[in-house]
Design a protein around this ligand. Sequence first.
Ligand SMILES: Nc1ncnc2c1ncn2[C@@H]1O[C@H](COP(=O)(O)OP(=O)(O)O)[C@@H](O)[C@H]1O
Ligand SMILES: [Mg+2]
Length: 241
Amino acid sequence: MNILETKGVTKRFGGLVAVNDVSLHVEKGEILGLIGPNGAGKTTFQNTVAGLDPPTSGDVFFLGEKVTGFTPQVMCNLGLSRTFQIPRPFPKLTVLENVLVSTIFGNTRKISDPVRHAREKLEFVEFPLGHEVLCETLNTVQLKRLDLARALASSPKLCLLDELASGLSEVELEDIIAIIRKIRDNGVTILMVEHIMQVIMNLCDRLAVISFGNKIAEGPTTEVTRDPKVIEAYLGVDDED
Ligand SMILES: Nc1ncnc2c1ncn2[C@@H]1O[C@H](COP(=O)(O)OP(=O)(O)O)[C@@H](O)[C@H]1O
Ligand SMILES: [Mg+2]
């Protein structure tokens, strides 16, 4: 079953076509990697799906329902959450309070003990500091873990991750790989934008590749990473040869 499907999604910014006619699907229970060079349109594509910036044309289907142009709040309540390439929590709130916001407003069912629910998510992502720390004091690694806890607190069925692993050390990479796998094993489907091959090869069941806004490949990870079109999009062609 497809948890998410896009049909001909296009996003224009004035004359720039950032995403061009992208149709792809995410199967329930899988980890789909969305890869492509910088500026290819990966974040823009995720924004069209999550409702942050609706597509110029084309449609998005979530859990079989057409959701094109739904707001992020509605998408979150339907079961879609996300992390951001650059996390922006409420700086003057504590770590716990930030996750509480998602717990309280992100869930449609009533959470009987929101504080406990929020603390469980922070423990799940192995947040390394006390939960009463102010968010304005966090470093990149801590912000990424917080952002993930926040995304999980709304009890998503599908979670979009945007370069969650970038900027992490080798040890932190191993940790985040294990955590993402644990999220999937708990029944959450994942659509992740990622650059780091170690993360992609370890986690992704399938890959979709976009280059200059166009989908150029989609399929099992081992096949797609051997595809000459994909290698060319990443490495470029040497005109001298
Ligand atoms: N809000 C925006 N307004 C104008 N151009 C944008 C906007 N967001 C993204 N773009 C442009 O769209 C293209 C794709 O960007 P993006 O989706 O961020 O790429 P990626 O995430 O693959 O690196 C880039 O050329 C970028 O400059
Ligand atoms: Mg991006």
